[in-house]
Design a protein around this ligand. Sequence first.
Ligand SMILES: O=C[C@H](O)COP(=O)(O)O
Length: 248
Amino acid sequence: MRTTYLVGNWKMHYAPADTRTFLARFLSRIGTVTAGREIVFCPPALSLESALEAVKSTPVSVGAQNVHHKESGAYTGEISAPMLQSMGVKYGIVGHSERRQYFGESDVLVNQKAVALLNCDITPIICVGETLEQREAGEAQVIVRQQVEAAVAGMDITRLIIAYEPVWAIGTGKTATPADAQEVHDVIRDTLRSLGDSQRVPILYGGSVKPENIDSLMAQPDIDGALVGGASLEVESFLRICQYNAGS
Ligand SMILES: O=C[C@H](O)COP(=O)(O)O
């Protein structure tokens, strides 16, 4: 039985004061929904401390959206894994398509960042996913397989979380159908099989996850949670996502 993860990636939204307000409202409403479900917020680096303070003594966790692969040094503007660890951050997103697309991050760098996190006992959430052109060319599965193999090279896969985010579904309102997502999740699990106990690796889906589609996505056997952008910015919608009912 794998843990289920509901991860909110706030991207470049919510400064510390907004973070405190949001989390106070969210936590006052969350009730017992967290049983068996790990809820994680990934705010901008500037708001990590406020988020950590807000979730203290609650079952909710905090993750970073990015990390530098070196431990320290002259890297202006960057934040290292040991710094995140010292704050109490438990998760770190790496390889998000926006980092790959806008900041030129390669598969090799994604692997180095994930290693840096693991060295500090922070769980990497490694993102993979094909573009629209790649999907239309019938290359989705090959691309995702390559990204996974490169990202996890040399690692203990049982310490990782993988997130499948088709680039064409991110922030577009277009969601992969549950069956399409399941098909790629199955490919990811198959790719991991030769590297260790792949049944233990949580594989999340991301890309226009909303209250309206979470139940059908979570009903798929290899979808172990969601990485949520836009819908995690509103208390009500993210609460509903966390309260998903995979049986419906
Ligand atoms: O990290 C989250 C994903 O990029 C999904 O974003 P979205 O839910 O706004 O489509």
